[in-house]
Structure formats: C-alpha cells, structure tokens
Design a protein around this ligand. Sequence first.
Ligand code: COA
Length: 370
Amino acid sequence: MAISKGLADVVFTQTEISHPDSDNSNLIMRGYSIDDLVNGNVSFEEVAHLVLYGHLPSESELSALNAQLQIDRVLPPAIYDWLRKLPEQVVPMTMLRTAISLLALHEQGVEDITIPATLRKAIRLTAQFPMICAAFQRIREGKQPIDPSPSLGHAANILYMLNGKAPDPDFTRAMNAYLVMLIDHSMNNSTFTARTVASTQADLHSCVTAALASLKGPLHGGANEATMKMLLEIGDESKVDAWVDNAFATKRIIMGFGHRIYKHGDPRARHLNRLAEEMGRKVNALKYYNMSRMVEAAVLRHREIYPNVDFYSAAMMYYIGIPIDLFTPMFACARITGWSGHVIEQYKEAALVRPKSEYVGPRDLHLPAA
Ligand code: COA
C-alpha cells in the first residue's frame, strides 16, 4: 500500500479558487496573479467577492457587498458578555475558535447548508471576525469595544476598531494588501480541514471552527507570531548569524521559512518584504526588518529554504501596531473568506472525505478466558 505521509503530493479535489504556481513562484487567485492584485491596490472586499462569487465585482456588486458587510458588522451582546468573563491569560486563537462556536448559537439558519445561506453566513463571518478580535483586544486592555465606522472599508475598520482612532492610510494599505494575500491558498491544512468537515454536510460555523483549530498550530498560521517571538529572542542584529548557526546545529526549525509547495520562494513574501520595509521606515524603526533580512541571508547560507508568507508579515504587523498574539487571528480574518469559498465548493462536490490508513497493529489478540 503506497503511503503519502502528510498527504504530500496527493490531489484530493479540484478547485477554481486559487493555485500556488510553484514553478513560476506565483499565486493565482481565480485567474489573477497575486502580483497584479497587490500592485493594483485591489481592495480586500473586491477579492472577497472574487473568491466567493467567482469574479471581480462590478461597481454595483461592490456597493452591495460593502453595504452587506456594514449591516453584518454586529455581534450578539452574548459575545461581549462572554469576552468580559474570559480568564486573563486566554490565548487569542483559542478565544477566536471558541467565539465562532458561540456565534453559531446566535446565528439564524446556522444549520442551513444551501449555497445561498452559506454565502450569507460567509459574508457575515467575514464581517464579524475582525470585530471579535478587536473587541477581545479592547476588553483585555480594560477599554470599551469600538463600533465599526460606516465610512471605513474592511482593512481600515480592523485598525480603527483596535485602536479607536482613524487609521494611518499607509497602515491601512499594508493591512489591505496583507488580507488580499492571505485570503486563500489552495489546500493548506486549515482549508483541507474545513473541506473535510464540509464533506460530512456540517454547517459553515462547524467547518470554520475546525479550520481555526488547524490554523492555530505554529507549522501553519501560528508561524507569524512564532516568527516575531524568534526575532525578539534573537534581540539584536549582531546576534543573528550566531543564532541561525546554532539553530541549524541544534536542528531547530526556523519559523517563517520553508513551504510544502513553494520550494523556490513564496510570491507573497516578496510583497511582504517590501511592505515590512515601508512600514519600518514609516515608524522609524527598521531594526526588525533589518534583522529579518539578515535571518534570510543567514538561513540561505545553510540551505536553500526561503521565507514564506509568515516571515516578513511578522515585522510588518509589528510595525503597524498589531499585538503579537493577534497576528494569527489577523491571518484568520483574511482566510475566513477563502475557507467559506472552499466549503461551498465541497458542498457542490458532495463527496465524503474519508481516506484509508494501513493497519500495522496486532490482529490476533484474545480476551482472557472468563
Ligand atoms: N527551518 C529549518 N529547516 C527546515 C525548515 C525550517 N523552517 N523548513 C524545512 N526545513 C528542512 C526540513 O527539516 C527538511 O530537512 P531534511 O531534508 O534534512 O529532513 C527539509 O527542509 C525539507 O522540509 P520538509 O520538512 O520536507 O518540508 P515540509 O513540506 O514537510 O514542511 C513546513 C513545510 C512549512 C512545515 C516547514 O517548512 C516548517 O516547519 N516551516 C516552519 C513553520 C512555518 O513557517 N510554517 C508556515 C508555513 S506557510
């Protein structure tokens, strides 16, 4: 029996949503190159429409989506009550995973898995994810949650709800580009998880809760937070080379490097490198950007492993003032839309995901005689 550990190279379905083109170091999003989407300053809302409906929106479609997101930027009071009662040291991804389960209790038609109902819930969850993250942050700072601003777009609203002041346009631009780049990425672990759950015909909130559990791990979405902690642990530019040498000598995994698909570099990392530098210059603090560049060079001296999407996004998010343990929840704020698109594809495919395993345990044990 041929076994593919970690399902590497196993093609389990077809998708029209996104494709990491490893040979050309490109990410294709429903036909568009990620370079074009980022360089063209396309908004997260437009790419959300692309992912969910299959095409970039017309002006009226975009207005309708923006209006719906605005209507959906509401949380049930029970969520705020629950956030206020959380234990002090709760990890944000644990909070977010549980919050989505809790949200399901308050979602009308939560069990409806028809495509129109799932699309409605997908848009509502896209609107609600940043609200939960921001309310959590405000409450743990001992502050009041901030209502979203109807005059701001999705990326700007995230920063506004976190900080309570009109966001800097450059920070908004960086956050928007981040969300666009992270919105979908084919059959990564959390998307596969969401599709696996969807294949049992479970509802969208169940699929997304499971996907969040997957995203939390440091080998997946947790890598951005782990990268920033690594930079802080290294501490100084003068210590980078020795730290990386020691990491290789002790076989320590270097966070934010390597990828299951991209073996010659992650196309998103190029943009995030640039954005991290721009944000570092803006806040007059290039230290962590410079250290990131040095880590990249030092890793490459050991072996051909390149930064992935989580590497330069760490310094970028740090510079725009996102708390380190909210880095992965920010990733989730983008990926919620991609997960939803895949859940819809999986509902349409209607095939239960159920692989096989090779049994290597004993076969001839017997209960002791009574
Ligand atoms: N640091 C050090 N070595 C790494 C590495 C890293 N970040 N990523 C890969 N390698 C090494 C592996 O140890 C392996 O070495 P070997 O051939 O001597 O056994 C080799 O490179 C091939 O990597 P492999 O483990 O086969 O790749 P994978 O596809 O199974 O793993 C990741 C992909 C993402 C899990 C892996 O690169 C990793 O753990 N990266 C760090 C976590 C991270 O940034 N995750 C976010 C991904 S977007």
